[in-house]
Design a protein around this ligand. Structure first.
Ligand SMILES: C[S@@+](CC[C@H](N)C(=O)[O-])C[C@H]1O[C@@H](n2cnc3c(N)ncnc32)[C@H](O)[C@@H]1O
Length: 235
């Protein structure tokens, strides 16, 4: 039987899809309705949702409180839910992951970058750094994107740096290709993490659950993931 993973703050399911591909039975919780979420879904406040009955937990609390936007003064009222999220996840006594943006107050997080997985479009690397705090070990490789040859995926259009480098705005289809996500609209894409990040982490999670140690080279001798068909970072 597959282990059960609960994805708190699931959005339209970028993280969930990666865990599904890694071999988990996934359910998601979000306070907003998520018509495109591909798995069993509960519309609820993640901090009040009953956590019994799951083997592992992932949480992506809203990042506005920590992202660069805050420094521009545009997200002054955003709540930082990370401390409370960590408190309830520790209380489960099970393996957990908390994902967020750079600048978020995570404890000794692993950092993943799109380019480390070979993600991108038209020869441009996907620049999308995300941090992953966990209560089990995760090994990653350093960021591998090429300076000046990157694109980003944002909700409010392509920023001027990437527009100048790419030569024009990135289309929604190009965003989908760069992220490895074909079921989301632009707003959902802008909030999502590429499924291959959590497919990668899911392999460590399975090792943590089964008391073993995950070595990416054991699973992917050619550094290519058998489930999400992208390159996985080596150690
Ligand atoms: C960064 S997005 C998650 C994206 C998702 N990890 C993915 O990869 O597609 C954060 C989500 O948290 C949800 N959210 C915010 N506050 C919430 C709460 N108190 N309970 C549940 N969901 C919440 C938002 O509606 C949003 O969909």
């Amino acid at each position: 039987m597959k282990p059960k993973l609960l994805d708190l703050f699931c959005g339209a399911g970028g993280a969930s899809m990666g865990y599904h591909r890694a071999g988990f039975e996934v359910e998601g919780v979000d306070i907003e309705s998520q018509p495109h979420y591909p798995f069993k879904f509960y519309q609820a406040d993640a901090l009040e949702f009953p956590l019994e009955g799951y083997d592992v937990y992932h949480a992506s609390p809203p990042c506005q409180a920590y992202s660069r936007a805050k420094n521009n003064g545009s997200c002054k009222d955003a709540l930082g839910l990370i401390p409370e999220t960590r408190r309830i996840l520790i209380a489960t006594g099970k393996p957990f992951i908390i994902e967020n943006v750079e600048g978020a107050p995570l404890i000794t997080p692993a950092r993943l970058c799109g380019a480390s997985f070979g993600l991108g479009v038209s020869g441009f690397d996907l620049n999308r750094h995300r941090l992953f705090e966990s209560n089990f070990p995760i090994l990653t490789s350093p960021c591998q994107h090429h300076r000046g040859r990157t694109i980003g995926v944002y909700g409010n259009g392509t920023n001027s740096y990437h527009r100048n480098k790419f030569g024009r705005c990135v289309t929604v289809d190009e965003m989908r290709e760069a992220m490895g996500i074909d079921w989301m609209v632009r707003k959902e894409l802008s909030q999502a993490i590429p499924p291959c990040y959590t497919c990668f982490i899911g392999k460590y999670l399975l090792a943590a659950l089964h008391g073993g140690e995950y070595q990416p080279s054991d699973f992917f001798p050619e550094r290519r993931c058998d489930t999400c068909d992208v390159r996985h970072p080596s150690n």
